[in-house]
Design a protein around this ligand. Structure first.
Ligand SMILES: [Zn+2]
Length: 182
């Protein structure tokens, strides 16, 4: 029985206090999700997650308005999974949360921060890009298109299930100006 005894001794070391709260919850640390545009407060955010888009699609993201060149930040600790340039998202990037299961998509970027590469580890709050109007944002419509998805398989990042970033970014925020304004 020596192996079992050893396992029982190690158990408390493998299960730190509070870890049970995170089991089964892929965004357990979402309360620490940072608004990914410098200087923007929770009160300034607008929930356009369900806004209609062309061809019957829904937005499935929020648009964070800011002047061109405003610093775009890593919303959480993670890895730059992919840098992508396309006609829709323009200059865009995918940030994979260090939990390996939550993916953040940033689009319409003016440009990436110098020397940003795929596979790079970034820390929450680190500057990774700048706000722009690339792709189909519309000329001069400077904003960050930001979406969050959960991955069943970290290696199949394009199959994520979308979730609304708005409550994740405004959790715990107080809106004194909106009290009674519903
Ligand atoms: Zn958008």
């Amino acid at each position: 029985m020596p192996n079992i005894r050893r396992a029982l001794i190690l158990l408390p070391l493998l299960l730190p206090a509070g870890c049970a709260l995170s089991i089964g919850n892929p965004v357990a640390d979402a309360s620490s999700l940072l608004i990914p545009v410098a200087g923007v407060t929770a009160e300034q955010l607008r929930d356009s997650y369900l806004a209609p888009r062309s061809d019957g699609r829904t937005h499935n993201a929020i648009d964070i308005m800011a002047p061109r060149g405003t610093r775009v930040l890593a919303a959480t600790d993670g890895t730059i999974l992919k840098l992508h340039q396309g006609t829709v998202g323009g200059n865009s990037l995918y940030l994979l949360d260090r939990n390996g299961r939550t993916l953040y998509y940033y689009a319409h970027l003016d440009r990436y921060v110098d020397n940003l590469v795929e596979g790079q580890t970034v820390s929450r709050g680190e500057i990774i890009a700048y706000v722009g109007d690339t792709g189909n944002a519309g000329t001069g419509n400077y904003h960050l298109h930001f979406s969050v998805s959960h991955l069943a398989d970290a290696h199949r990042w394009w199959e994520g299930v979308s979730t609304n970033p708005y409550p994740l970014l405004t959790r715990g925020a107080r809106f004194p100006g909106r009290l009674g304004a519903r």
